[in-house]
Design a protein around this ligand. Structure first.
Ligand code: CAA
Length: 465
C-alpha cells in the first residue's frame, strides 16, 4: 500500500526584506547575496505572527482545500525549531486555533506531538506518520505534518542574510496523489555536534557558519551512502558498473538554508558518487585540475577546515566542477526547479526542503515535463546534527494537485520593509496590536500572558477577517 504526501499547503508572511536594500545597508556587494548566497527576498513575520499561527494558517488552507473535517485527521505533528514553550507542544496551539473554526473539542480524537531536531525534524515526523499508516494504526484516518519556522539571526551577523519565515502543511495518507515514499530505504545518521544551536532563552542561534556548511555536506553524504546500500539490497535500484545511484534518481531535493547550499550539496554528492566511475577522467579533463586531497584525509572536520591550502584548492576545484557541462546538465535536470522558492522566501529551517519540493513540482510542471513515476531523492539535514535520506515516487494523479500550484499567487501580495522597519521588527520593538500588514482570513496573535505569573505564557489567537 503506497503511503506518502497527498497534498500540501503553504503559508508565507506578507512582509519581506529585499536583498539589494539589505546589502546596501550592510555594505555588502548585492551580487554576493544574489549569486553567492542566492537570495532576493527574505520573508519576515509581522508583530502579530508567530510560528504557531503560521502553522495553523497553512493547516487551515490544507483542510479547506481538501474539504477535510477534523474527524478525517488522526494525527497532527508540528516540526519546528522555533518552539514557543518548553512543555506545551506547538500542535496544541494549532489545534486551539483550528477549533475556533471547527468547534471546541473537534480534534479531541486525534493525537500528535511537536518534533525537534533543527531542520531535519519534519522529515522524521513524515517518516513516523507514514509508518503509523503502514502499520494500520490509523483507523482510516490521515495525518497532517506541519513544518513551521522563523529563521532569525543576530543583526550584523553572516547568518542575517539567510533569514526567512513560513510554514507548510502536508497531508499524509495511503494512496497519495502527489508522492509515495519508497519503503525500507530511509537512512539516517546522527552525531553530537555544535554547528548551530540555540540555548534556552536565546531568540537567535549560535552558529559556526563554515563548520555547519561542511558538516551538512558530510552528514548528508553519509546518510546517502546508507541509502545506497539499502536501495541496492532491496533492489529498489539496480546499477550497471558505470552507473551511480544519482543517475537513477530523477530529482534531488535537499535542505535549503539558502539557495546556493542546494547547488553545493549536489556538487559534493556528485563528486562523491562519480569519482570512482569511468566518466571521472573526462570530468577531470574539463575541470582542468586534479581533485585535491587534504593533508590528513582521515582528519577531523576542524583539521580539514584548518588545512587552508586544501580548502583553497578544493574551493577552486568545486567551482570549476560546477562549471562543467555535465554538472550544469544534471543541476538543471534534477535540482534547479526546487531552488526557485528559496530565492524569494529565504530559509524556512524545517520547512525549507518541503518548500523546495513544492517548488520542484510547480516549476517542472510548468516546463511541460511529464512527472509521473519520477523518483525524488531527499537529503534532509538538521544541525546538532542528523541527516535523513529517503526517496519517493511522483504518482500518476499528481496533476490534480500540481496544476493549481502558483507560488506567487499563494504567497499573495507582499510589502517590502525598509531597513528601519526591519530593524524595529527584528528588535521586537513593534506592538502586537499595530501590525504593519493587513491580516485577511488568517489567524493572528492578539495577546501573550495574563495579569498573573501563572498565566505568563498564555497565547491568544483570533481568526481575523
Ligand atoms: N559576487 C558573487 N559571489 C560572491 C561575492 C560577490 N561579490 N562575494 C562573495 N561571494 C560568494 C563567495 O565566493 C561564497 O561562494 P561559495 O560558497 O561558492 O564559496 C559565497 O558568496 C558566500 O560567501 P562567504 O564564503 O564569504 O560566506 P559568508 O561569510 O557570507 O557566510 C554562511 C555564509 C556561512 C552561509 C552564513 O550566511 C551563515 O553562517 N549562515 C547560517 C548558517 C547556515 O546557514 N549554515 C548552513 C548549514 S547548517 C544548516 O543548514 C541548518 C540551518 O538551516 C541553519
Amino acid at each position: 500500500m503506497p503511503v506518502g504526501i497527498d497534498d500540501m499547503a503553504i503559508y508565507v508572511p506578507k512582509l519581506y526584506i529585499d536583498s539589494k536594500d539589505f546589502a546596501i545597508a550592510r555594505g555588502i556587494d548585492p551580487h554576493k547575496l544574489e549569486i553567492g548566497i542566492g537570495i532576493y527576498k527574505m520573508a519576515m513575520v509581522d508583530t502579530n505572527q508567530d510560528p504557531a499561527c503560521m502553522a495553523a494558517n497553512a493547516c487551515l488552507k490544507l483542510m479547506q482545500k481538501n474539504d477535510l473535517k477534523p474527524l478525517d485527521i488522526g494525527r497532527m505533528y508540528v516540526a519546528t525549531e522555533s518552539a514557543l514553550d518548553e512543555s506545551k507542544a506547538m500542535n496544541s496551539f494549532v489545534i486551539g486555533m483550528l477549533e475556533q473554526i471547527y468547534g471546541d473539542g473537534s480534534f479531541e480524537h486525534a493525537g500528535g506531538i511537536e518534533c525537534k531536531f533543527a531542520c531535519v525534524s519534519g522529515s522524521y515526523a513524515l517518516y513516523d506518520n507514514a509508518n503509523w499508516i503502514r502499520a494500520e494504526e490509523n483507523n482510516d484516518r490521515a495525518a497532517i505534518v506541519i513544518v513551521s519556522d522563523i529563521a532569525k539571526y543576530d543583526l550584523g551577523s553572516a547568518g542575517e542574510y539567510t533569514q526567512g519565515a513560513g510554514a507548510i502543511a502536508m497531508l499524509v495518507k495511503e494512496n497519495p496523489r502527489l508522492v509515495a515514499f519508497d519503503p525500507k530505504v530511509t537512512s539516517t545518521i546522527i552525531k553530537n555536534e555544535y554547528d548551530f544551536y540555540r540555548p534556552f532563552g536565546r531568540e537567535t542561534p549560535l552558529v559556526n557558519g563554515s563548520y555547519s556548511n561542511y558538516l551538512y555536506l558530510i552528514q548528508v553524504k553519509k546518510a546517502f551512502d546508507s541509502y545506497r546500500e539499502k536501495a541496492i539490497k532491496t533492489k529498489l535500484i539496480q546499477l550497471q558498473e558505470d552507473e551511480s545511484i544519482t543517475d537513477k534518481i530523477d530529482y534531488i531535493s535537499v535542505h535549503l538554508p539558502y539557495r546556493k547550499m542546494g547547488e553545493k550539496a549536489l556538487a559534493y554528492l556528485l563528486r562523491h558518487e562519480w569519482r570512482c566511475l569511468p566518466r571521472w577522467k573526462q570530468i577531470i579533463e574539463e575541470v582542468g585540475m586534479d581533485e585535491p586531497t587534504p593533508k590528513d584525509p582521515r582528519g577531523t572536520i576542524e583539521s580539514i577546515l584548518a588545512d587552508k591550502d586544501f580548502m583553497k584548492a578544493d574551493d577552486q576545484f568545486r567551482k570549476a566542477f560546477m562549471r562543467t557541462s555535465i554538472f550544469k546538465q544534471v543541476f538543471e535536470q534534477k535540482m534547479a526547479s526546487s531552488l526557485e522558492a528559496s530565492a524569494i522566501i529565504g530559509n524556512l529551517y524545517t520547512a525549507s526542503m518541503y518548500m523546495g519540493l513544492r517548488s520542484l513540482l510547480e516549476f517542472e510542471y510548468k516546463k511541460n515535463i511529464d512527472l509521473e513515476n519520477k523518483r525524488i531523492g531527499f537529503g534532509s539535514y538538521g544541525s546538532g546534527s542528523s541527516a535523513m535520506v529517503f526517496s519517493g515516487v511522483i504518482q500518476s494523479t499528481y496533476k490534480e494537485i500540481v496544476k493549481d500550484m502558483n507560488l506567487e499567487k499563494e504567497i499573495g501580495e507582499r510589502s517590502k520593509l525598509d531597513m528601519q522597519e526591519y530593524i524595529r521588527l527584528h528588535s521586537n520593538e513593534g506592538k502586537m496590536n499595530e501590525p504593519i500588514s493587513n491580516s485577511n482570513n488568517e489567524f493572528v496573535l492578539v495577546k501573550i500572558g495574563g495579569n498573573t505569573a501563572d498565566k505568563a505564557g498564555l497565547r491568544e489567537y483570533v481568526f481575523s477577517n
